[in-house]
Write a protein that binds this ligand. Structure first.
Ligand code: HEM
Length: 404
């Protein structure tokens, strides 16, 4: 075990847009579970290997409860954490039976059957934004604003029952919340504004239910007694934020990587049946949500030969685990044939991403449709000049100028 306290705090920003930081591969070889200094001043155990990462994520002795002492918050100022300590948790911050019940209440919204029913509408949404993009009077066009952000935003709005006209409001607040460089006060304000907005929306749906997820959750939860509004708002917050910001960034990064790997792109253009493989590989390659898989030990635990004490924080680095060469040989090569499905880009164990099949479906439809309808799509600037979100809790790009 080594303690890394010298220059870098964790997570380390990606210097190369297409690679894990060198610190991660060094740690993986020398001390795969190491105590590190986190951005924001905390310390936590940093897990870099796939096997130990998965072991942590299925072990009930590690808690997701953000209110517990020792829970690690990379990059979030202490004063802000204190302010939100009393906030009702969403399922991502629950453990055990409480978490299972919350997940059960939502799982029927994300079944294969429901998603299959959604497919034609997602296709229509993608085609609609592509029609507008193709009709744009000027080029380059920013793919983030034209396609990557609007597609998952409109899809999640329709699912949840959020008016899409409010997209500028919720997209800007979410983007501030995930950006580590946002000053603490601004971040807190963005969070409070988004919660306030969702609280009002839920109150309106209580009075006038619609055919949407929020209305169905209100009805379901009323069966158990008076409505716990703060919990509903936390659920709404998680679904709205996770439902658009993640997939949007994956769309943009996926386009950059496919254009940068023309041999792989040619294969999915020739056989769209390969797109699901490409999506899995892109999810592994970028591992955009690196530190959501954070936990705190509830008792002393020995894992991978390292003793982690009760109340110590543990972060399974999704990026590092997904670049573990023992599981993914030559991890820096984008290879759609590697069948990367055992990656942990959506987490692992009981908290594994609830929206993963929705994200997969959106990504497949977007890539197939975009490269079919605009076969000559190119980046307007070299891939290494794109502005990457190196200081956000969700990796991505700020804008992506494209031409064709
Ligand atoms: C490419 C897109 C996405 C990525 C990479 C991603 C990643 C993740 C990860 C790593 C976790 C695990 C957190 C943990 O272990 O504590 C997670 C959980 C979650 N995600 Fe996603 N996500 C994506 C898209 C979505 C979408 C589209 C939705 C919703 C509509 C969604 C909703 C959720 C929810 C509700 C959880 C919490 C599940 C639980 O605690 O049981 N995600 N996601």
């Amino acid at each position: 075990m080594i303690i890394v306290t010298e220059t870098e705090s964790f997570p380390v920003a990606r210097r190369c847009p297409f690679a894990e930081p060198a610190e991660y591969s060094e740690l993986r070889e020398q001390a795969p579970i190491s105590k590190v200094a986190l951005q924001g001043g905390d310390e936590a155990w940093w897990v870099t290997r796939h096997a130990e990462g998965r072991a942590v994520l299925v072990d009930g002795r590690f808690s997701s409860d953000r209110r517990r002492a020792g829970f690690p918050f990379p990059g979030i100022d202490r004063s802000i954490r204190e302010r939100f300590r009393d906030q009702a948790p969403s399922m991502i911050g629950m453990d055990g039976a409480e978490h299972a019940a919350e997940r059960r209440a939502l799982i029927s919204e994300f079944t294969v059957k429901r998603l299959a029913a959604l497919q034609p509408r997602i296709q229509q949404i993608v085609d609609g934004f592509l029609d507008d993009m193709l009709a744009a009077p000027e080029r380059p066009v920013d793919l983030v604003q034209a396609l990557s952000l609007p597609v998952p935003s409109l899809v999640i709005c329709e699912m949840l029952g959020v008016p899409y006209d409010d997209h500028d409001f919720f997209q800007s607040r979410t983007s501030k919340i995930v950006q580590r460089s946002t000053p603490p006060e601004e971040r807190a304000q963005a969070q409070a504004e988004l919660r306030g907005y969702l609280g009002e929306l839920i109150a309106r749906k209580e009075a006038e239910p619609g055919d949407d997820l929020f209305s169905r959750q209100i009805a379901l939860r009323r069966q158990d007694g008076p409505l716990d509004r703060p919990s509903l708002v936390s659920m709404a917050f998680l679904l709205l934020a996770a439902g658009h910001e993640t997939t949007a960034n994956m769309i943009s990064l996926g386009v950059v990587a496919m254009l940068d790997n023309p041999d792989q792109l040619a294969r999915i253009k020739a056989d769209p049946g390969l797109t699901p493989l490409a999506v899995e590989e892109l999810l592994r390659y970028f591992s955009i949500v690196e530190t959501a898989t954070s936990r705190v030990a509830t008792e002393d635990v020995e894992i991978g030969g390292v003793r982690i004490r009760a109340d110590e924080g543990v972060i399974v680095s999704g990026l590092s685990a997904n670049w573990d060469p023992e599981v993914f040989p030559a991890p820096g090569e984008l290879d759609i044939d590697r069948r990367a499905r055992n990656h942990i880009a959506f987490g692992y164990g009981p908290h594994q991403c609830l929206g993963q099949n929705l994200a997969r479906l959106e990504l497949q439809i977007v890539f197939d449709t975009l490269f079919r309808r605009i076969p000559g799509l190119r980046l307007a600037e070299p891939a290494d000049q794109v502005r990457y979100k190196t200081d956000a809790s969700i990796y991505g790009v700020h804008e992506l100028p494209v031409i064709w």
